[in-house]
Design a protein around this ligand. Structure first.
Ligand code: FDA
Length: 305
């Protein structure tokens, strides 16, 4: 039953008509638990509140699967607005973005132009940018573009998903770039031809790539709410004398918030992924797919209307 709900939410996350409706009607159905607000001002407030609790942030202007040049350019402008606001307000935050929102599905020339605009602004303002990883069909291209950008800029990292079979090979090839990587389990619905279908295999591969990247001496962001993985990483760091400034934990805004504060108090760097903007629908559906128990929040949200 849980698997059916998961698959349904992942299917719904790609529905373009719902995405458009959601943009029009604003944050609904309990989405504000996971999304900081619809504009940069509200995002800055959320960042300050988190910074006051010793939590760092990566800020994400929501948007994905953009299919026209005008919208891709606007998305890049919004990203630059966020970078400038971070610098102006002196908050402890980086930026995350999706390349499909910068024109990945439209043309190589467009996505590279937008990415360079963003990374130039980020460099000027001393802000780090992480390229989120999307579904499997875009993975190879995202990694190729990342390699190109990493040879031009220091302030860029990307994400690697433990559920993909290709991941170990990607990590080996990326090692020569000494990349700052965020490691995750993976959030999209993928076929068993390209991704481990069993959770236990994903968890094992997750541990394997965490160990690989940390022992190679690269900066590692371990992005998970899974306590076993958190404890595994702490043990690994302790056993191999890996300094606390070579890795960080990351969690999503609104998920395990108390645990986020505890981890920071225990002396680890803890970064919260804070999404904002009007294009909240796909992101919200993926969060529900990860934990159908959160549907209770949605139902409460609907009943309040
Ligand atoms: P898992 O899903 O196994 O959950 C472990 C435990 O965490 C659960 O038992 C529960 O206690 C708690 N939990 C998990 N989800 C919850 C929820 N929604 N509500 C309440 N409790 C919850 N993916 C991707 O494909 N590309 C990307 O770029 C990113 N980026 C990214 C950034 C950050 C900062 C995070 C934390 C995650 C991502 N992800 C991602 C998502 C990631 O791939 C994965 O889908 C989620 O993190 C869920 O997996 P967990 O590792 O948390 O474990």
């Amino acid at each position: 039953m849980e698997q059916v709900m998961r698959d349904s939410f992942l299917f719904l996350s790609k529905n373009k008509a719902m995405t458009k409706l959601a943009k029009k009607y604003g944050l609904r159905f309990g989405a504000s638990r996971f999304v900081a607000g619809e504009n940069v001002k509200l995002a800055m407030k959320a960042i300050r509140d988190l910074n006051n609790k010793d939590l760092s942030v990566t800020l994400d202007y929501l948007g994905e699967f953009v299919d026209n040049e005008r919208e891709a350019n606007e998305m890049a402008d919004n990203c630059i607005e966020a970078i400038e606001a971070i610098s102006r307000e002196g908050v402890d935050a980086q930026v995350s973005l999706k390349m499909t929102s910068m024109g990945l599905d439209i043309s190589d020339e467009l996505v590279m132009r937008n990415m360079r605009r963003i990374l130039n602004s980020a460099k000027e303002n001393n802000v780090f940018v992480t390229i989120d990883m999307e579904d499997y069909s875009r993975c190879g291209k995202t990694i190729d573009i990342f390699k190109q950008l990493k040879s031009e800029y220091d302030n860029v990292g990307t994400v690697i998903q433990a559920y993909l079979y290709r991941t170990e090979q990607d990590m080996q090839e990326l090692n020569e770039y000494s990349p700052n990587l965020r490691l995750v389990k993976g959030a999209y619905k993928e076929s068993p031809e390209v991704a481990f279908p069993e959770k236990k295999d994903v968890d094992e591969n997750f541990k394997k790539i965490i160990k690989m990247h940390m022992l190679n001496g690269n900066y590692t962001a371990i992005a998970t709410h899974d306590e076993h993985i958190i404890q595994y990483t702490r043990r690994l760091a302790w056993e191999h004398n890996i300094p606390h400034d070579q890795f960080e934990f990351q969690m999503l805004y609104g998920i395990r918030s108390e645990r986020q504060e505890e981890i920071a108090k225990e002396g680890y760097k803890m970064r919260v992924y804070v999404p904002y903007g009007t294009d909240w629908y796909g992101y919200f559906m993926r969060r529900l797919a990860e934990r159908p128990a959160n549907v209770a929040f949605v139902l409460r949200g609907v009943l309040k209307k």
